[in-house]
Design a protein around this ligand. Sequence first.
Ligand code: SAM
Length: 260
Amino acid sequence: MKHVPRKRFGQHFLTDRSIIDAIVKAIDPQAGQSMVEIGPGQAALTQPLVERLGALTVIEIDRDLARQLRHQSQLNVIESDVLKVDFTQMASTQGTTKLRVVGNLPYNISTPILFHLLDHLAVIEDQHFMLQKDVIERMVAHPCTAAYGRLSVMLQWRYAMENVLSVPPESFHPPPKVQSAVVRMVPHAHPVSVPLALLEELVRVAFSQRRRLLRHTLGAWLNAREMTSAFDVQRRAEEVPVQEYLALCEQVADQTCPTC
Ligand code: SAM
C-alpha cells in the first residue's frame, strides 16, 4: 500500500538521486563499519548505505515504515523514538566501541536529537545529518554574528563541524518549506571537561536576553552563586567565544562543586 507522508513524524522523503548520491559520498561508508541511521523512512539513504556496509542498524518510529524495512535481512530495525534510544548501550550490544550516526532528521525534533546524542559521545565516531539550513548555520556560527547562540556553543564545545552540502526543497516529497543542508560532525578527541547540565544552564542564562549586557543575565546568575570571576559581563552573549564560556563553566564547577 502506498505510504502517505505523516506530518507529525516530519516525513519528507528524499527523491533526488543526485542528492542521495552526494550524501552517501560525503558519508563515505566502508564495509564492516558500525553505522546507525535515524529515520530511514522509505530507505532512500538506507539502501545505498547498506549495499556498501553489508549491515546497518536503523531507528524508525513509524510502525508501517518499520514493518517494510524488516523485510530486508541486512537491516537491524529498531522501532522506537530515537530520543529513547540508548546509543551507549547499543554500541556495547553490537560489540563495538564507536558508532557512525547518520540521518535525514525529522526537523521538528532535530535539536532534541542533537542534545540527546551529546550524552553518548563516548561511543560516537562521527555524525552526518540533513537538517534545516538555518539550524546548521546556527551550529557552525562564529561569535558576533546573529546566528551565534546556545546551539553554537553547546555543539562547538564537543564537535568540529562543517556544512557539506546544500539541498533544495524540490529534492524531497513532499517538499519542506525550508532550505536544507547536510552537516558533518566529528567529536573532539579531547574536549574541555565540564558538566553538561551546568554548561547548558550557563549558556541558556547568557543567551536569555541577547540584546542586553551580560551583567543583567549571567552576571546576576554568577552573583547568586557568590562567584568571583574576572569574566567580563559588560558584553553581550554573542560576543563571547566558546572557549570563554567553557573556561567560566570550569571555574563555576570548581568553586561550587570541587569534587564533581
Ligand atoms: N531517511 C528518509 C529519507 O531521507 O527519505 C526519511 C527522512 S524523513 C525527513 C524523517 C524520518 O524520521 C521519517 O521516516 C520519520 O518517520 C522518522 N522519524 C520521525 N520522528 C522520529 C523519531 N522520534 N524517532 C525515530 N524516527 C523518527
